[in-house]
Write a protein that binds this ligand. Structure first.
Ligand SMILES: [Cu+2]
Length: 603
């Protein structure tokens, strides 16, 4: 690419302005944007654009000694940060230089279905050598991202961040504003990963419990209970240490495309407010994020403003985004530490007043061990312990783990939304589409007998760690939802799987065996998810908002991706206000690929 003198000038002026604001210092994988600007990783382009020309191609890259010929956008991993403005009409020409079809999906963006970018659902994909033009109005603001939805290109390098300016003044505007995009890098091809997992579900799990660790557990719990626990797990043919299917044994975890030793750095002047837009663009990894020495105020979840929550730590599921604001006052470096849930590795970076500074990296926490709560065995005792640790004086309703016993569930759901129910006439009767618990068979290993409401739990491995960790109950939208209607229909879905065969699905069925979920135009629906597996699943509905019922009444948070915790039950409301065919799936790449996927049709 050659720069005209005009664009070279723009570029020089731009780089100067970057230096003046003291943005960033790294040069690796700097993006050459179509305007000729060069941006450094994590730096948000200075102004919003309405027109983009993007190219998908293969680029040879080596990160942390692992070389890959990655399908990626504009020759960089992650792709360029796109900046849009609410109210604008956007045009994106995406040219496919691969030898195979590709696609880009705009994750969390509300747009006409043919622009959503899922081949076979919302369009035909972008054939090799061709250009597809995405054109749509931007009707929202906040932090989002984009990624490939063809084959498994997303898992290798086809992803990038999206920042959308609000029309109204931004209540969370800060002196510094950085994207922090987390992902994984591996030189093992996605299809090889899948075949290894098919061969052995815990192929990448090298840290099983051993005889030595049994003695440790016996010292803690007594030999009888420790042995009993082991026997229960082995009778079920499952492993309590099965935390993540794919781990740091093959993954290097990246922050803005940089390995931990490169330590991506964002600069600040002491006393400034710094906004960090965390995006989990990984294929298979949940991250636990903290910045030792700094309190984080979580101000946005999945692109939507929430009442600020001060925390020391939070978990980000695959495909979620969280914006936090920090205010470092000291003239020193801080580590941004994001350990994988399996504790087999971490991504990390630095916030610092000057380039080149480093802060000590904390040791990783112990890895979580799954319990009977994760199996949906609703252990009353464990549940109580967890709840008490979280809140010193919880209300009666929150105190009791929500043990589901058939019809009791309805009572709870009504109670969760009592604040807005009380204001309105009696709700119409609700129609329930409930297939009941799925059969135990080759596609489903387990049924959660006593699923619990875990929206008040920060997640496995984060309970009782002495830090304030974000949980879903704390997410409170800054404005009431736009649709006050109660739901008229409830769609019950079970998340199912067989770890040993590495099969995943809804209601014990793979995508290929299941009919679409049909919603009527403008219908108000409650989705209720039962997680019969012992893993978290980040469930993503395209094209429509998912309003999590977390006890915040009409201030329930709008999300595009909702983590369903192991052995849990949760619900969210959906207004079917966008016609067309939409994808609905678990955002763990290999769960989606192996069946945890449905089509939602809005007629
Ligand atoms: Cu999943």
């Amino acid at each position: 690419m050659s720069f005209s003198s005009k664009s070279a000038l723009t570029r020089r002026r731009f780089v100067t302005s970057l230096a003046a604001t003291g943005a960033l210092t790294q040069t690796r994988s700097a993006h050459a944007l179509t305007t000729g600007q060069t941006l450094l990783p994590g730096a948000i382009p200075p102004i919003a654009q309405t027109h983009y020309d993007l190219t998908v191609g293969r680029t040879a890259m080596t990160i942390a000694g692992k070389s890959l010929n990655a399908p990626c956008i504009d020759a960089s991993v992650p792709g360029p940060i796109l900046r849009w403005r609410e109210g604008d009409d956007i045009t994106l020409n995406v040219t496919n230089n691969l030898r195979v079809p590709t696609s880009i999906h705009w994750h969390g963006i509300r747009l006409p279905a043919p622009m959503d970018g899922v081949p076979g659902i919302s369009f035909h994909g972008i054939p090799a050598g061709e250009t597809f033009t995405y054109r749509f109005p931007v009707k929202q603001s906040g932090t989002y991202w984009y990624h490939g939805h063809s084959s498994m290109q997303e898992a290798i390098g086809l992803y990038g961040a999206l920042v959308i300016d609000p029309i109204a003044p931004d209540p969370n505007a800060c002196a510094r504003d950085y994207v922090i995009l987390l992902s994984e890098w591996s030189d093992v091809a996605p299809h090889d990963i899948v075949s290894n997992l098919k061969m052995q579900g815990d192929y990448y799990n090298f840290r099983q419990r051993s005889l030595a660790s049994l003695f440790g557990e016996a010292r803690q719990d007594g030999l009888g209970p420790a042995l009993h626990d082991r026997l229960r797990w082995s009778r079920m043919n499952m492993s309590a240490t099965d935390i993540s299917d794919v781990t740091g044994t093959i993954y290097t975890y990246l922050m803005n495309g940089q390995a931990p030793d490169q330590s991506w750095t964002g600069l600040f002047r002491p006393g400034e407010r710094v906004r960090l837009r965390f995006i989990n663009a990984s294929a298979m990894t949940f991250f636990d994020i903290r910045i030792p020495g700094l309190e984080m105020h979580v101000v946005q979840a999945d692109g939507n403003d929430i009442e600020p929550v001060p925390v020391d730590e939070f978990r980000i599921g695959v495909a979620e985004t969280y914006d936090v604001i920090v205010r470092p006052t000291q003239d020193r470096a801080y580590a941004i530490f994001t350990q994988s849930e399996s504790r087999t590795g971490y991504a990390s970076g630095t916030l610092a007043p000057r380039p080149g500074m480093r802060a000590p990296i904390p040791p990783m926490d112990p890895r979580p061990v799954r319990t009977m709560v994760d199996m949906g065995m609703g252990n009353m005792h464990d549940g109580m312990k967890m709840e008490h640790a979280r809140k010193p004086a919880p209300a009666q309703h929150d105190d009791m783990p929500d043990v589901d016993m058939g019809d009791m569930k309805m009572d709870h759901d009504d109670m969760a939304d009592m604040p807005d129910m009380a204001m309105k006439p009696a709700a119409p009767p609700i129609q329930r589409d409930d297939p009941g618990p799925p059969p135990i068979n080759v596609e489903n290993q387990n049924v959660a007998m006593m699923p619990t409401d875990r929206t008040g739990s920060p997640g496995d491995g984060l309970e009782n760690n002495g830090r304030r960790v974000l949980n879903y109950k704390q997410l409170r939208a800054t404005r009431p939802g736009s649709d006050p209607r109660p739901p008229t229909r409830e769609i019950v879905l079970h998340l199912t799987g067989n770890m040993e065969r590495y099969i995943w699905g809804f209601d014990g069925k793979k995508f290929s065996e299941a009919a679409p979920i049909v919603l009527r135009r403008n219908e108000r629906v409650r989705f209720t998810l039962f997680n019969d597996t012992m893993m978290e699943h980040p469930i993503h509905l395209h094209g429509l908002w998912s309003e999590l019922e977390n006890g915040q009444g009409e201030h329930r948070p709008y999300k595009h991706t909702i983590i369903s915790q192991p052995g849990s039950k949760l619900s969210y409301l959906v207004t079917a206000d966008a016609p067309g065919m939409w994808a609905y799936h678990c955002h763990l790449q290999y769960h989606m690929d192996l069946g945890m996927f449905r089509t939602v049709v809005v007629l």
